[in-house]
Unconditional design. Structure first.
Lengths: 256, 256
DNA sequence: CGATTTTATTTGTCTGACATTTAAAAGTCT
DNA sequence: AGACTTTTAAATGTCAGACAAATAAAATCG
């Protein structure tokens, strides 16, 4: 674990990278304790604040955890699916909100991924997951639900669908993509009519999953995608009409 | 932007979260300059090193960038697909290496995701992407290629396939999943026979994509998945036999 | 007016110190 | 001897003040 002393700037970044590499390469294993900050300062020939900045960088990625006290220190953290999941959500959410990604593009990606796990979900879903899906459909049918609450329930529904595949790697990837879409979905106004339609499609979807009919589930998802993208287009058209001549921006909902 | 002064520990984490929230909520927009470290120290009533630790946490997630000099400071960074992609790769790689994820599970997830974008890729792939795929197949056929080089080419091949979908969100998600699998793939010894088989499947795959035949591409991917998972099982069986009674570990390649 | 120098601002780094937490070691009492 | 209490040492968390380096704007000079 060495750093280049010739490049004076960004020492903390270099140190963080050196430690990161040591973790990735297996030189440092899970739950192993790193040298104390004082020892690291000596090793890298930098001051303790610099070492601390490096450690905070790693902590931000859940690569290490710190513990105070006599036997404390920084330990290599076992990256859990939960940690990875929440990291991915913040990343994906920001990516979508800061890069003129059209609703259409994000939607296409989301449903493409989701269709991928529909057959697996149809095959393996548990009774519990089916119950969750039906419960969310019931919630979506409640009158007086805000658009945000409707979308949140939508996310929970799809989350259960994804988890049904029984593949944690898939769940981690997909749940991130689905949840990151929520802010974009929240910008859509769901009329009573469109909610009815979505609920009907959700019902057909869970019925297909229940019946272990993967291809029907996939097909229903395709319909749901098409309908959702249509809604997005309508909302966009309305916004463009409403803002014509006013010079107002469309928020983060981009055309294209 | 406030922090809770009652919780004395982890001030830097609290400050980082406060700034992160301000960015996510849109209170701070892209390329906007944050207050200087001195000003932030005043605002949050903490010392400058504490503020700096918070900023480094955000820098680790590519949420801000810093610039020295008179007009320097910390700026809200536009998270690029590239940044997000590299963040996801480190996360996914560590997740797979540190959590007894079986080769089989990871493989299933990868091919499920990849199948999702095969139809889109068949429809939209550019001539350039087709050329890249064929070039990688050619490389894979070279004799004397190490397993690592073979796998790297495999990744490049699938990367081109994914990019063919012409959906940057999908590319970002998929490329992360595919690249994160590489360390696991590297543990497989590819015999001349298995390379031949994989190359044949790759060729059929690119032919299908070339012919804009999405369902055939999807089907070929399913065959590739089945073959790859079979290889993984064989390698595992061999390892178990080889290590029986010796007490040796199987590396990160887990059964089940 | 153009080129150069100065200056002010800001991040990057260092030193040294103190506070807080925590577990182990030492001590004390029964 | 054993259980409880106190002390101590080690580690992170935080602070204050300082200097170095980079950088662009302002001031100066030819």
């Amino acid at each position: 674990m060495k750093i280049d002393p010739q490049k004076p700037a960004d020492l903390s970044a270099q140190i963080a990278q050196a430690i990161r590499d040591a973790i990735v390469s297996g030189e440092l294993i899970v739950d192993e304790r790193l040298p104390s900050e004082a020892e690291l300062s000596d090793q890298f020939q930098v001051s303790r604040p610099t070492v601390r900045e490096a450690l905070k960088r790693l902590a931000a990625q859940s690569l290490i955890r710190t513990q105070r006290g006599a036997t404390g220190g920084a330990f290599v953290n076992r990256l859990s699916f939960e940690d990875a999941h929440s990291l991915q959500i913040t990343t994906s959410t920001l990516l979508l909100s800061m890069n003129a990604v059209s609703f259409d593009t994000a939607c296409e990606a989301r449903y493409a991924l989701e269709r991928a796990c529909a057959p697996l979900s149809a095959e393996r879903r548990t009774a519990d997951q089916l119950a969750t899906m039906r419960a969310e459909i019931f919630r979506q049918a409640q009158p007086g639900l805000t658009d945000e609450a409707f979308c949140a329930s939508d996310v929970a529904f799809h989350r259960a669908l994804v988890d049904g595949a029984g593949n944690p790697v898939l769940s981690y990837q997909l749940a991130g993509a689905v949840e990151a879409m929520q802010p974009l979905m929240n910008m859509i106004t769901f009329t009573a009519r469109s909610r009815e339609e979505i609920i009907a499609l959700h019902t057909r979807l869970v019925d297909a999953i229940d019946a272990k009919n993967g291809s029907r589930a996939e097909h229903t998802l395709a319909e749901l995608e098409s309908y959702t993208r249509g809604l997005g287009r309508d909302v966009m058209a309305t916004r463009i009409k409403a803002t014509q001549g006013t010079g107002k921006k469309n928020g983060t909902l981009k055309t294209g």
